[in-house]
Design a protein. Structure first.
Lengths: 116, 113
């Protein structure tokens, strides 16, 4: 069962450093989503790709954040000049794009970022 | 602006009894609703969903009820089992195709043996 995978699972970094996370979606899914979850809150939408095209970005995604999905398969999320407020769980999800009905999003285990 | 709200941070029930988790929303454009379950150190797992054209959807021990006029939905688990202990998130979407999910804050369910 090859679900959504994320790497690394944990990342500790110092304020001001850059970090990059990777997400590998379920292979036949052409939609990929990034969410961020802080303690006591539900996941918050960051951005969404259909194949390699980034179709939607949340206002939460400041100019320090950039996401790519260059070949429509895996995706990376980079945070530049990290701040302590960036500490959170970063979740990736993927879904198919079948016509009709709802396409559920399947989540990976997340990358927990701690900025010291 | 919290468009999806779960007012109970925690719920404790006895094994075999019914668990009822509640969720309210404010955005009348939402037309699809989902419940996810999350165990520690894992990502959310899809549980059950309901379209706004329905008022009930059932899957085994899980039933979701939607009251559009009240902008309220609930998840019923019966009978509750200790393995159901997890954080439950309510989520909503506008449209069914490629839409972002808007989540509530979550409710920690504890089922006591």
């Amino acid at each position: 069962d090859t679900g959504v995978s994320q790497d690394p699972r944990h990342k500790i970094t110092k304020r001001g450093q850059n970090v990059t996370f990777r997400c590998d979606p379920i292979s036949e899914h052409n939609r990929l989503y990034w969410y961020r979850q802080t303690l006591g809150q539900g996941p918050e939408f960051l951005t969404y790709f259909q194949n390699e095209a980034q179709l939607e970005k949340s206002r939460l995604l400041s100019d320090r954040f950039s996401a790519e999905r260059p070949k429509g398969s895996f995706s990376t999320l980079e945070i530049q000049r990290t701040e302590q407020g960036d500490s959170a769980m970063y979740l990736c999800a993927s879904s198919p794009s079948r016509r009709g009905g709802f396409n559920e999003q399947f989540f990976g285990p997340g990358t927990r970022l701690t900025v010291l | 602006d919290q468009q999806v709200k779960q007012n109970s941070p925690s719920l404790s029930v006895q094994e075999g009894r019914i668990s009822i988790l509640n969720c309210d929303y404010t955005n009348s454009m939402f037309d699809y609703f989902l419940w996810y379950k999350k165990y520690p150190a894992e990502g959310p797992t899809f549980l059950i969903s309901i379209s706004s054209i329905k008022d009930k959807n059932e899957d085994g021990r899980f039933t979701v009820f939607l009251n559009k006029s009240a902008k309220h939905l609930s998840l019923h688990i019966v009978p509750s089992q200790p393995g159901d202990s997890a954080v439950y998130f309510c989520a909503a979407s506008v449209g069914t195709s490629g839409s972002r999910l808007t989540f509530g804050e979550g409710t920690q369910l504890t089922v006591n043996p």
